[in-house]
Each structure stands twice: as structure tokens, then as C-alpha cells.
Design a protein around this ligand. Sequence first.
Ligand SMILES: O=P(O)(O)OC[C@H]1O[C@](O)(COP(=O)(O)O)[C@@H](O)[C@@H]1O
Ligand SMILES: [Mn+2]
Length: 644
Amino acid sequence: MLNFKYLDLLAQKYDSEEKVASEIINLEAILDLPKGTEHFVSDLHGEYQGFQHVLRNGSGNVKMKIRDLFEGELNESELDEFATLIYYPEEKLKLLKSNFTSKQELREGYVEIIERMLKLVSYASSKYTRSKLRKALPEQFVYIIEELLYKKDEFENKKEYYGKMLERIISLGQGDKLIIGLAYTTQRLVVDHLHVVGDIYDRGPDPHKIMDTLINHHSVDIQWGNHDVLWVGAYAGSKVCLANIIRICARYNNLDIIEDAYGINLRPLLNLAEKYYDDNPAFRPKRISDETLTGQEQLQITKIHQAISIIQFKLESPIIKRRPCLNMENRLLLEKVDYEKKEVTLHGITYSLENTCFATVNPERPYELLDEEQQVIDKLLFSIQHSEKLTRHMNFLLKKGSLYLKYNGNLLIHGCIPLDEEGNMKEMEIKDTTYAGRELLDVFENYVREAFAHPEETDDFATDMVWYLWTGENSSLFGKREMTTFERYFIKEKETHKERKNPYYYMREDEEACRRMLAEFDLNPDQGRIINGHTPVKEIDGEDPIKANGKMIVIDGGFSKAYHSTTGIAGYTLLYNSYGMQLVAHQLFNSKEDVLMKETDVLSVKRLVNEELVRKKVRETNIGEKLLQEISSLKSLRKHRYMK
Ligand SMILES: O=P(O)(O)OC[C@H]1O[C@](O)(COP(=O)(O)O)[C@@H](O)[C@@H]1O
Ligand SMILES: [Mn+2]
């Protein structure tokens, strides 16, 4: 069915046949370009510097392009030095400058650098249109760079013109800006689109800086992780999610995120904590950075950690009781505790409790908040919902994020697709309707959006469902039977700490199972793959991130320093360009300073996942699909409005 109103609208923009024709030619040409490079990262967990590094070196892609161009011409250390300049242009330039001994040397050095950079930009942009390259150039230098890029040395008189141009840029003190701009242009060209497969928040110190980076990124989408949804929940009015994020910040000695980055006043919580709690080994902050805390600071955090944990446990009860469909009665732990004997009975076994801190718990009504606790959580909720920066970050998460994403034939998802023991899509009944698989995930996502749209509602179904996504058995983000936070604080016996995983986590090894899951999402099982985050790949134990004959790729980035000892490697990222997919294994990232001084780029080892037999073109991508639609509209416009 032709929509003539739409054609009229289109005719306003393309008001002559020539304009329509030239746009059709443009778009058709783009369809035949090689597909842009996609970059997949996941589980960033607040590790801003590690993330920055992977982003700036394009998971080794920048180095590869430099090698392609300059191997032979430059020796290894020069190649490294040039790569570092592309990653961290401001800092590296400072270091380089201090090595020049005269103005003359500096000028020559700058000309050499700029020429190399232009060569690199030209190479990195070879598969894009000129207009796309233009958008990636530093604004103030677009004209000059284009002149320099498209120069033709064979005309001798022009050669002088270009030489003069470079000289002038440098003598006018614009050399630094140009070099820095070209470095960022290169970074941008090397990766066309970024996918963040979840868990930006928690454990590490700087999730807010990662969010700022993503907001400024040229092209990004996010698949929410369980930790991201926890933050969304807190902002959307879930007090129990809020208690959780503060508890995790205290546990990892990251309360600065709450106080300094998001401007939330923790004083009321601290007062409560000082009043009821003391030192407690189970609640001392984990020290994953070298930064040393004074004894006093550590004690304060330990107290806050207990105060907010108890508030969290108390807040869980009423939700579990008002939402029987969540089937979480076995998590009513405060009510199972024998406060006199200091014991708890779980699945029929009685365990003694240690490191207890139940000063504010009334054994008769253990889930009841003290007035003071109620006030503290209410104040915290008010501040968090009024934090300008958090509002910005959460809006962005909602805008660019989703529970899963179908992109260029692949399924991107942080956690899992809940399965039952037989490998069928696990069913869950919500408000008298049974859902499973893709439908269940769509329902979950709708609840997240509904809760977010109504931050003033704190106890409604949608807001409770966001918490369920963090911790519930059927949550596609959590994917485990229960979260044993209480047990890990208070029970010595390790068997109580175990969180049994959804069958998905062993069935995903099986190719047939993965094919069924792809089909559930209407994706072609012969071509698509599932890209998964969430579970660190234990290289130490020989685990392979490529599973199910390549149908499943697990790329937990392993950025989280707290988890390095379990993985034995910093983790994986994935690149998908027109030639195929490559998995990149990263060694531990120490610091930016390390890279700058020692030029020790984090060693990235690439492994081919698949090789495209024919180079993939834009035509075969999601963007290509949109372009084809546009072309078809333009063709109708031409036919119905301009052809006689
Ligand atoms: O390592 P911690 O701080 O004890 O956290 C463990 C908790 O984190 C979780 O692993 C969830 O976080 P991830 O999504 O990073 O795995 C829970 O399953 C578990 O209860
Ligand atoms: Mn996760």
C-alpha cells in the first residue's frame, strides 16, 4: 500500500527528480560498501580505565592497521610509540615533545607525525563514504584535513602548497590540536559501532565515567546487565534495589560513586550506622585497589555496609509476600532465623549464624523497618531521584538499552534465556498468563520501562518486577536459582553459598539448543550466533569462550579486577568486520600510565571465530535493511511524482 502522505513529506526534502536520483545513487553505493566493524564488550563493572584502553585500541584493531601500513618502515618500538600516540594523544604528545631538543626538530617531528596520521586515517576510512569520514573529523580542521588527505603529489606546485599548509598549522600553534583530533578520528573510524553486552555498574570505581563515555560515543547500544537494571530499579523507585546498590558500593569501597559522582548525601545513613553497628569482619570492605583506608574510614564503611544490608533484607519480605507469583517464599530469611539460638534452617538443615548484626531487628516482626531506617531509605530515594547526573545516565540506559538485541543476525543478551531441565523455554506465570522465551523477555522489558516511567510508584508490580530481574529464578539477567547474599554474610558452610545456575548454562554448550534459541527469536540459526556476557570465562580451568560449534560466544570482558583471580585473564571482547568475527583475549590491564611509559600495550590475542566466504556488505546488515526501505520509498516518489 502506497502512503501518499508520506511521499508528499518526502517530496518536500527531495523537490526535484535530480535530487531523488542522486540520493538513490548514494544509498545504492553505500549498500555495496563492506559492512562496518562492530565491537562487543561486556561486564565493564566500573573499570573505566580498562574499558577506555580497549575502546581506544579498538581491541587491537588500531595496532593492526598501523602494522599493515608501517611494518618495515618503522621498527617495533616505533610502531608501539605511534600506537600509544593514537590511544592517548594528549599525554603521549607531552612526552614526545619533551624529547625534542630544538624548534627545528620539533617542527620536523610534527610534520612526520601528521603525515603518518593522515596516511592512517585515509587507510582506516577506506571502506567508508567521504561524508562518513567528514563526520569523524575534528570539526575545526575538516577543510584542512580534507585538503591534505586528497592531495595529489604529482602536481609539483601543489606539493609546495601542502608543505606550507603543514608548516603554517604548526607555526600557528595548532599542531597539537590537529594531532589529537586525528588520533580520535582514527579511533572512531576503526570501530563503527559498539555493543555493550551488560553490566556497566558495580564492583569497580567509575561506572559514571563509563556512562559519560558512552553518552559521547558516536554509535552504541547496550544490553542491560543485572547490575544495570539494579540501578535502573533504584532510580525508578525500588527501595530494595536502592539498598542493594549502596550495599554493593560499601562492599567494594566505592561509596564515592554515590556521594561524589552522584551527589547523594550519605550522612543520615552514616548516623544510623554509627548508632547501631560496630566492627564486623563479614562486612569490611573488599580492598581491590592499592589505596589504603585509615582504620577509621574502614570502620565507618563496615558500619554503613551492615546498616544498608539489614535494610535490604527487611525490604525483601513485603515484596515476596505481596507477589506470590514470584515464588520466592524460601527467601524470607529474616523470618526463618532463630534470634536466640542464632541459627537459621534452610532446606531442612540448621546452620548457626556468625557475624550477626541484628540490633535493629525485632524477632516478632523481623521485616519491620525502624522509623529511623524508613527515614534513611526515603531520604536516599529522594536524593537519588533528584540527582541530575544519575537522571542523565539512567535516561541514556533506557534510551539506548534493552533486555536483548537482534543485530545483524545475531542475538545479544547479557545473562540467559531461561530454560527448563529438558531444554524447553522455561515458563513463568505473570498475572494469569504464562510466558516463555522471547515473549517472557518482552514482558520483563515492558515492566522495566513502565517502572521507569513512574518513579513515584515504589511498591507497584512493575517496580517489584525490576527487583525480580536482579534476583529472581526466572530472570534472564540473573539466571540462577537464588541469590545467596544473606548466606554469604552469615553462614560459614560454603554449600549454602552456592547459586545453582539455570540449565541454560550447560545447554548453551550444545549446538542444537543454541539453534533452537536463535529460532525462538526469529533469527536464522545457520548464520546467527548468541553473544553472551555475565559469566566470567575461567581460562584457568580451560574453559572455552566459543561454544556450541561457534553458535555461542561468551565475552565477559573480565574487566572486573575483583574477578581476575578466578578467570586468569582480563577477559574477552569480540570484533565483527566484513571478513568475519574475531575473539580477542586480553591480558590484565594495569594502568594508563603503564601503557604510556613502558608502551606495553595489553597483549591482545586474536582468534578467528569464522571467516566470511564473501566479504559482507552493508546490504546484508540492519542498516542495509533500513537503506533498502529508504531506496524503495525514493523510487516510489520518483515514479509517482516525477515521472510523467
Ligand atoms: O562477588 P560478590 O560481591 O559477592 O557478588 C556475588 C553476587 O554477584 C552475582 O554474581 C551477580 O553479579 P554478576 O552479574 O557480576 O555475576 C550474584 O549471583 C552473586 O550473589
Ligand atoms: Mn551480570
